[in-house]
Design a protein. Sequence first.
Lengths: 420, 781
Amino acid sequence: MAKKLSIFIAISLVLSLCDAFNLDNPSSRRILVLLDDFAIKSSHSLFFNSLQSRGFDLDFKLADDPKNALQRYGQYLYDGLILFSPSVQRFGGSIDAAAILDFIDSGHDLILAADTSASDLIREIATECGVDYDEDQSSMVIDHTSYAVSETEGDHTLIAADDFIKSEVILGSKKIEAPVLFQGIGHSLNPANSLVLKVLSASPAAYSANPNSKLAQPPSLTGSSISLVSVLQARNNARVMISGSLSMFSNRFFRSSAQKAGSSTKHQKSGNEQFFTELSKWIFHERGHLKAVNVRHHKSGEVEEPGMYRINDDLEYSVEIFEWSGTSWEPYVANDVQVQFYMMSPYVLKTLSTDGKGLYSTAFKVPDVYGVFQFKVEYQRLGYTTLSLSKQIPVRPFRHNEYERFITAAFPYYGASFSM
Amino acid sequence: MAAIENGKKEESVLRTAFGNVLSFFILLLIGILAFSIRLFSVIKYESVIHEFDPYFNYRVTQFLTKNGIYDFWNWFDDRTWYPLGRVIGGTVYPGLTLTAGTLWWILNSLNIPLSVETVCVFTAPIFSANAAWATYLLTKEVKGTGAGLTAAALLAMVPSYISRSVAGSYDNEAVAIFALIFTFYLYIKTLNTGSLFYATLNALAYFYMVCSWGGYTFIINLIPMHALLCIVTGRYSSRLYIAYAPLVVLGTLLAALVPVVGFNAVMTSEHFASFLVFIIIHVVALVYYIKGILSPKMFKVAVTLIVSAGLAVCGAVMAVLIAMVATSPTKGWSGRSLSLLDPTYASKYIPIIASVSEHQPPTWPSYFMDINVLAFLVPAGIIACFLPLSDASSFVVLYIVTSVYFSGVMVRLMLVLAPAACIMSGIALSEAFSVFTRSIKFQLLNLLQSKKIDAGETITTDSAVTQTDAAKPAKSEGIVKERPSKKNKKKEKEPVEKATVRSRIQKKLLVLPLEASVIAILLLVLLGAFYVVHCVWAAAEAYSAPSIVLTSRTRDGLHVFDDFREAYAWLRHNTDVDDKVASWWDYGYQTTAMANRTVIVDNNTWNNTHIATVGTAMSSPEKAAWEIFNSLDVKYVLVVFGGLVGYPSDDINKFLWMVRIGGGVFPHIKEPDYLRDGQYRIDSQATPTMLNCLMYKLSYYRFVETDGQAFDRVRQTEIGRKHFKLTHFEEVFTTHHWMVRIYKLKPPKNRIRGKTKRTKSQKSSATASMKRSSRKRNPWQ
């Protein structure tokens, strides 16, 4: 009984890790938007409207409003946070960098947009999320080959970027044809950091420097190592989008036409709107969020889940995996979900077969080794939340009466003992 | 004439009856003494299981009483040695558990509702009473009732045995010593009687011993040695054959039934001596048989034939055996047995054996502490055994010689020496008493007769005293005299009678002066009194501490340190059922039994690699240790720290063994890295590796808070690194006296920080110089 209870607790723990956001009622999700001034609310209304039309409840506040608070009585008031306040030096109310990081660490999502005027506070939050803005405060990303064509020649800081991450989960199944316009500061990621992803990278010819002064020394950030928009999926599946440009989200960029230098096709509309609509869907878990339920295992031919297996038992293992579609849980279909029968190293590694309705199952033989094993599913795919299930199950050796009573090799000895 | 003879007969019958009743009551009192002297621990502390191994035995007994014998036999324990688990039914000596379980079952079916724990606590005292009685039987077989009673009384309170069998010390040795002595008794009994009945009982007693303790190999080597000795010294008889051959056959069959022994009973070198002697005794028996049916001339021819054929057969068998044994890397000997034969073996090759304090060689004072005056009486006993030398007395001589050697190798085996020393001392004391009292009696008789002639009423008081004195000698002499007559009945074929007659004449001649005898008796009584005082002191003060509860007496009174149970109770109530707790293996049994949490390693040190993994983690820096522990699904780490209260057997003192054992398997851990110029130290001179290893950090984390100086009272020094923070572990519980500290592994970071900025911008100092900042920010300075 205690064992069953503990297994139940273990499963619910795993599940609660996956379900950091409110699963049942996504339409009532509240998002706090912190702005430098309320002008942004109208100048970026297209982006906000797309969120509101998808059922989000946006709460606009000035960043230094002294009544700002993320949580009250230990409960978070919001499910997401949008920081469109690049120049804020200090947040008002009870919000500070640590509070925002705690907000992420408790499984909530964040969209952060910096600008050339990015304050140390914003930079610190970004750094804590694994994103390093160019240290030069006045630098911008400059690209002399893939800038956006406009009437005036300009200084090539308005960039038409089309180097997207290749993931349908993050950017939607529809290909973004038009380039995305970007004007702001670049950032870099630590390549060893597996949690952050470059969603939109600069072209190989880009570099980060102050456009108004002469280049005295080689720029610190160059080429496609510059990231324009990055996302972080934390270990608790909280998602964070970090961009070096606030104006990317603006109505002006959403509506303007876009033509990449050197390209003859002129798109009537830039890719910004599609890009951010799809990306915000991912950020707010409308896509790429998996859950695993009903982890079951039993001996073949039986239904009851045993508390312990014997070596060389045949068993069946099944798990149901669903993906959140924004409105409901849909069966997740893939052919690469694997289960390990694990004791310090995997003794059995099997690919689960699916019935297309979310049920994944397999059958295998317990190895001829006793010990405390685990059924482990470690499913990590680009853009999807991490599925990490483990369920402990001991495997015992034969009982004394489970061996064969008579063995052929011993017949001479039986004969000898009867001859006495 | 006939009337006088009848009267004498009646007198002797009366005397034997009186003697028997008296010795029965003496034995009863000895049993009570043996039981009650072991209750100091319950009276001074409480009725609690002691130390480490007993907790495992207690847990197993609980399982047995709850689930029955078959589940116990097949018990696969998934709560120890995570994730390997342990097949307890197949790796444990079940004798003790079955004994206590049976006791509990009997008591419960008699409607005496004792808890399992109570039964376990009192199993050891009960069996030490049994051991005292077994000693009486054994010594009686060797040298008569007087020696038997003395030996039983000595054994009932020998400190060495008390140290292993106080109430609460619920360990294998508690029943095994009884089994050992009883097996020896039955062997001697068979040897003296030549009865197949006793031979069978002997095999059964041996079976019980095999069930109880790994020390049974001592029996299966000592008895063949004795048989061989008898054969070599020309003492071969059919009684020896009956005593030896059934024991080997039945004993080996029975031993193979015990799961933990199994095929070891025929496969390992420890048992080969018995098989070799088994062959030899058959050859010798054949020779004696042929000698009986052949004429001397024919016999000489036959001898040459048999010797050559026998040698050939023996050679072939030996060659096969040697070839088989040589295929195994350790030549078929287990590590513990090898360390017995070569005392330096363990310290050279097996740190895990050498690390246990009870596997160290004993010091001289420990002999005096553990067997006290017996050490001086033993040589006298050996001499007494040679006057005259019989099969039985040659056995006890062999027993004492081998056990002295083994006790010199391992302090734990002092326990095997103790019964032998008691038997020898019992023989010595009783012989001495009988000589002295006889000479007093003999001369007193003369004195009285001469004084009667003088006729003086004045002596009456004196004679009353001497008469009461004489009562004792009369009894003991009677007993001594009684034995040879019994022996005569049994050994009719042998020319013992002549010898006894001769010895009686010798005894008459062996008369010491009266004064000397009186003084010698007084001195012997004084010696015995000294022994009793020492034993009571040892039982009360030295060997009764349960080591789970500690006390110390200072000027302000008695201090009780109940930190262990506090920590285990915390674990039991505040952690998840399936959480894994890592600690050094000493605390594994206690954690599973008292906290009911899964442990990585425990006191059953069957997997060296697993222990080395924990040792490596403890001697690694925090990050590496975290990775090792995380790979083993460890949630909590438990360390024992005595620096605050001066508890010397803490983890820092054991730490070098962790380094050695860890380094034995994982060579990147090197012992010299932890030593400064070959010295183990934790003060400011300590090496950086030492100051950065997990064990140091977990032991001394926040230690400076206590007195501001961080003075370690065990090592008598200030620690080297006082202010530091833990990055991968967090302290979750520290007991009242800081003796047990429990840490939790921090989960992996939710996010990974970027690398730039902070060092250059205004928050520079935080990560760049962790040491400096922590020192600066330390709130306790």
